[in-house]
Design a binder for this molecule. Structure first.
Ligand SMILES: [Zn+2]
Length: 427
């Protein structure tokens, strides 16, 4: 099938139709899945970046490129898929097929929401997060983060705004540009080694590491299929030493690279479930992807192991003083508690209730970052909007779920990564 042309496929089905009684074929999950892939690929033709990964038949991508439906027809196509999924009989379906149906329903519903947004519909931050990712974020008032700021203030004494003091402190932890590649490679290799000890990875899985510029993100995993990823690291801004392990685990092992490779192996290669050969960025899948990628950092480096590894290997490689590592670890543990403040900033900024300068001021104050980083973060927020909930909230929900399943967190995470689990299943 992979190598047949569309014309050959059409010819084949025409022959089949002539040779047998022209009865309408019964609908099936496989048929809906095939049309869901077409829908997703065509939305990707209308919105660059919507399709994060696709490694199904090249003919399907070519067909979408050649004649993508217009937005109103795509919206009608999504509605039709939803109706077909509701109409499919569920009697006799096993648990995996029921989950498959739920997965397709949730992803078609997210596609509908994205199409409404592309057509100009305005939703609140929490509404669009829930419609696209299947989780409604809590938006706490910024004042609720003041106690955390006060604790950090005590940790980084001095004059001037706290964000400036923290930025000055963090400046001592920048990886020199000429050490970036060896430090990143050492970090990814360690993340991979720790993951391989606890998970069975697909044979021949591999990745390429690239350094790039002028992107709204700091790192990206481009999954290419056949267990291969292109991992890109943005070097627009200086990279702090703690980002090495973050990026290695998040983009690589056991994060995005492993998630995609396990999905491809489990569903596309072993079962022929084509819906998993396409990854729409604005979908519940991203909540699981980002949440598990962030949880994967703590999974691979529990307790003090991360600081130990950084002190022993990464600081010397970067030419930084390992004796200063503990202070950085302490600060990072506290700043993590500020992670969701940006949801509140994004909510008010994207709705037009505060201007860009105010949003930058708030990001500086509550993320404790310098102006250039606040600018990069705001450009990420402008590009991806409520996608930002997938990181902090995603991590917390994945962690709570995994650790509630029993003592073997690696085995549970592997099961999660090789499944069609939805955010709603984590509750
Ligand atoms: Zn990510």
């Amino acid at each position: 099938m992979r190598h047949m042309t569309i014309a050959a496929l059409m010819g084949a089905s025409l022959l089949t139709a002539c040779a047998t009684a022209p009865q309408p074929a019964a609908d099936s999950l496989d048929a809906v899945a095939r049309d869901y892939v077409a829908l997703t690929l065509e939305i990707g033709e209308r919105e660059p970046g919507y399709v994060d990964a696709y490694y199904g038949p090249a003919e399907w991508a070519e067909a979408a490129k050649a004649s993508p439906r217009a937005l109103p027809q795509l919206a009608e196509g999504a509605a039709a898929l939803s109706r077909r999924l509701v109409a499919l009989p569920t009697a006799g379906l096993d648990a995996e097929s029921l989950q498959r149906r739920a997965y397709l329903s949730a992803h078609v519903s997210a596609a509908s929401a994205r199409l409404r947004m592309l057509a100009g519909e305005k939703m609140s931050f929490a509404d669009e997060a829930e419609a696209q990712f299947g989780v409604r974020p809590e938006l706490r008032p910024l004042s609720s983060y003041e106690p955390v700021l006060a604790r950090i203030d005590a940790l980084v004494p001095g004059e001037g705004p706290l964000a400036d003091r923290v930025a000055a402190f963090r400046a001592g932890y920048v990886i020199p540009k000429d050490r970036l590649e060896p430090v990143m490679r050492a970090a990814i290799n360690e993340c991979k080694a720790r993951t391989e000890r606890r998970m069975t990875l697909p044979a021949h899985e591999t990745f390429t590491l690239e350094f790039v510029n002028d992107k709204p993100w700091s790192g990206y995993n481009w999954y290419k299929g056949n267990a291969f990823s292109l991992i890109q690291v943005n070097t627009d801004l200086p990279i702090y030493i703690d980002r090495a392990v973050d990026l290695g685990c998040h983009e690589g092992y056991p994060g995005h690279h492993v998630y995609n490779a396990l999905l491809e192996q489990t569903f596309v290669k072993q079962k022929g479930w084509v819906e998993m050969s396409v990854y729409p960025l604005f979908s519940p899948m991203s909540f699981i992807a980002e949440g598990s990628a962030n949880y994967g950092i703590d999974l691979a480096f529990p307790g003090h192991e991360r600081t130990d590894f950084e002190k022993r290997v990464l600081y010397p490689l970067a030419g930084l003083d390992p004796a200063t590592a503990e202070a950085q670890t302490q600060l990072l543990a506290l700043t993590r508690e500020l992670g969701r403040a940006e949801y509140t900033v994004a909510d008010t900024y994207l709705a037009g209730r505060i201007d860009r300068e105010t949003a930058l001021d708030q990001l500086q104050k509550y993320n404790l970052i310098a102006r250039d980083r606040a600018n990069q973060r705001l450009s990420f927020i402008e590009t991806y909007r409520s996608y930002i909930i997938n990181y902090g909230l995603g991590r917390d929900m994945v962690q709570t779920w995994v650790e509630g399943q029993g003592p073997d967190h690696w085995a549970t995470t592997e099961r999660l990564l090789a499944s069609q689990t939805l955010p709603v299943d984590l509750d």
